[in-house]
Every structure is written in structure tokens, then in C-alpha cells.
Ligand binder design. Structure first.
Ligand SMILES: Cc1ncc(COP(=O)(O)O)c(C=O)c1O
Length: 362
């Protein structure tokens, strides 16, 4: 048989294929998506702006670049639109010059695609592990990241806040890493997918540090997960490298339409963050009233120490059409549930299960 000249390691990379069953009918508390909570009629209003031109004319992304520049104080040349924050992470890998023996520093656990991109690009991963703590969120040792830096490191990937740990690295520590990385010629990608909830960002630093790339998402606070749109911000020169490797059209017209319309209404995020904070408070109150552990996050999910009830709660949830997950990947916390927050009225069917299994009414 002829051996085609494809990269021989690619067919062996395991990629999860989604099942055939739709998640739409479920109450989805498993992937940190936006629940509901758009102002009445907003989606209809945006949908009404879809015309034949939206569909048969190639996309026109400039207005969104201008809006991103206006709202950030940066220039539009600092931005590149991508297919979600995921596309921004991939772009950072693509612009790296991975010479033989090159490595990437990544945290574990984190967003699954970081490991996949290490495999795709055939680059060695230096893993810095989050460490489980008793009744507290797992911890990352910033010195371990600094110590892992050397001439082999092309890229450091940090998610801030991270998922699934929900933890934040301080701005001071991020900038310490960025400066230390610069001395080795290493890029640092700071994935701010959950920025809408944490409010923490180093996007204002991209012109100061040309080795810094910030990734942002429209999937979480703005709720456009299905439209696959995000962006990266970097110094103009680094952004030019990312712009160079974009496809002819970086995002599609329907994604642009929704992204622009939602950015015109910042209250869409603010109101939503307040609504899910109410749910955060309710779960925390439930945890306190029944005496089980609660871990907050800097993002739109929390952890509840459901202990030996975990399996039964997962069964009840499945039977009631609720999707929810246990554990925190390699950081442990197997008998904790990770619960994506959505507005309280929509969470009620799941709260009912928790109350029934954990004890007291709240
Ligand atoms: C830490 C982190 N980064 C990136 C992503 C991908 O986000 P997007 O939908 O914008 O590609 C996710 C998705 O859940 C995530 O948790």
C-alpha cells in the first residue's frame, strides 16, 4: 500500500467524537455554557437582521475589530478574530517556531485542547500540576512554572481563570511569568475565556510585552458557544503573525452579527453575571445548611462535596434530564460535583435533586 505523506502521528491522536444524542433537550450544567437570560426578544431581533446578504456575501469583520479596539483602548491591529478562544490557542501554537526539542509549558488539568495541540504540533509538554487541597481549590505553584522555563520552551499556556479548577493566577504572577519567559524567547498565552466572570485581565499589557497573547471567548458570558467566535489580542507585531495564518475569512457573518449585537449591549453580560451569582449564593447556602464542602470559582461554575451521594445524584440527574459532572480531572475531587451556574429559576430542577439527596430544605 502506498504510504501517503501525511504526518504519521496524526491518525493516532485520540479525539473524542460526540454521541448522536442531542444535548438540547437536557438541562445543561456540564459545559459552563450560558443558560438562558437574554433580554426578551433579543435573539428574535438579531435573527431578523439576517438577510440574503448575510448568507451569500463573504464576511465583513472590520466593524467588530473597530468595536473591540474601542472598548479596550487598543488598536484594531492588536486583534485577530478566531473560532472561539480555542482558535486563539491554536493560533498561538501555529505561530511558534517549534524547533527540534522544543517544549510547551502547560498546566494540568486545563482545557483539553491544550494537550491535543501539543500532540498535533509534536511538541514536548512540560506539565505543571495543580495540587488538590482539603476543602479548598487546588493550587498551582507559580515557582514551578518559572523553574520550568528554559531555552527549549517556545510557549507557556495559562488559563486564567482556569477550567476545571476555577482558580486564578494573580496579575502580578502572570506578569512575572511573562517577563521571565521573554528572557528565553518564549511566548505566553493567557486564556481569558472566563473573563466575564472574573473581571481579571492582562489585555492592557499586550503592547508592553510582545511575547504575550490574550485569548478571549464569546462562548461564556455572551453565550455564543454554538457560533464559534472568539479573538486574541497581542502586540501589533505578534498579532500580525497570527493574522498571517488566519483562513481567508476568520469568522462567519452570522457569528459576526450576533457578536456585534451583543457587544452593543454590555448589560447582557452584567445582568447575566448577577443572575448566576444568585445561583452561586443558593448553592453555597445549601452546602452550609447541610454541612458539605463548597468550592467557589472565579468562573461560572462551582463545586459541591456530594461525597457518597455523588453516584446517586448523578443517576437522579440523568433520570431528570440534567447533565452535570463529577470531579476535577487529574486534580482529584472525585466525590465533588462540578455544577455550571445558570439563572436560579432554570436551575431549580437540579436544586430539587440536591435538596432531596443532601438533606435539609433551604
Ligand atoms: C479554559 C477554557 N479555554 C478555552 C475554552 C474554549 O472556549 P471557546 O468556546 O471560546 O472556544 C474553554 C471551553 O470551555 C475553556 O474552559
Amino acid at each position: 500500500m502506498t504510504e501517503f505523506r501525511i504526518k504519521s502521528h496524526l491518525p493516532d491522536i485520540f479525539r473524542f467524537r460526540a454521541g448522536e444524542e442531542s444535548r438540547y433537550p437536557y438541562l445543561r450544567l456540564d459545559k459552563n455554557e450560558r443558560g438562558d437570560g437574554y433580554p426578551e426578544g433579543l435573539i428574535r431581533e438579531i435573527r431578523d437582521r439576517i438577510s440574503v446578504d448575510t448568507i451569500n456575501v463573504y464576511p465583513e469583520p472590520e466593524p467588530l475589530y473597530i468595536r473591540l479596539a474601542e472598548q479596550s483602548g487598543l488598536k484594531k491591529e492588536n486583534f485577530v478574530l478566531t473560532t472561539g478562544a480555542d482558535g486563539a490557542i491554536k493560533a498561538a501554537f501555529e505561530i511558534c517556531d517549534f524547533a527540534r526539542g522544543a517544549s510547551v509549558i502547560r498546566l494540568e488539568p486545563t482545557f483539553a485542547m491544550v494537550d491535543i495541540y501539543c500532540q498535533i504540533f509534536g511538541v514536548h509538554a512540560k506539565i505543571v500540576q495543580y495540587v488538590a487541597r482539603n476543602q479548598a481549590p487546588p493550587e498551582i505553584e507559580v515557582d514551578q512554572i518559572l523553574n520550568a522555563l528554559d531555552d527549549s520552551v517556545s510557549l507557556v499556556v495559562l488559563a486564567n481563570p482556569n477550567s476545571p479548577t476555577g482558580t486564578l493566577i494573580s496579575r502580578e504572577d502572570i506578569l512575572k511569568i511573562v517577563k521571565a519567559a521573554a528572557a528565553f524567547g518564549s511566548l505566553v498565552l493567557v486564556d481569558e475565556t472566563y473573563f466575564d466572570f472574573s473581571g481579571a485581565s492582562v489585555i492592557d499589557q499586550v503592547e508592553e510585552h510582545s511575547n504575550l497573547i490574550v485569548a478571549r471567548s464569546f462562548s461564556k458570558g455572551l453565550g455564543l458557544a454554538g457560533l464559534r467566535i472568539g479573538y486574541l489580542a497581542a502586540s501589533k507585531r505578534t498579532a500580525r503573525a497570527c493574522f498571517a495564518i488566519k483562513p481567508m475569512y476568520e469568522v462567519n457573518s452570522i457569528s459576526l452579527l450576533f457578536a456585534e449585537a451583543l457587544l452593543e449591549r454590555p448589560e447582557c453580560v452584567g445582568d447575566y453575571v448577577r443572575a448566576i451569582d444568585e445561583s452561586r449564593g443558593l448553592i453555597q447556602k445549601l452546602a452550609a445548611s447541610v454541612g458539605v464542602g463548597f468550592l467557589n470559582s472565579q468562573a461560572n461554575f462551582v463545586y459541591l462535596e456530594t461525597g457518597e451521594q455523588t453516584g446517586r445524584i448523578l443517576e437522579d440527574a440523568q433520570a431528570a434530564g440534567v447533565l452535570v459532572r463529577a470531579g476535577m480531572g487529574s486534580a482529584g475531587y472525585a466525590d465533588w460535583l462540578r455544577i455550571s451556574l445558570i439563572p436560579a429559576r432554570s436551575m431549580e430542577p437540579f436544586m430539587k435533586i440536591l435538596r432531596a439527596r443532601l438533606g435539609k430544605e433551604v
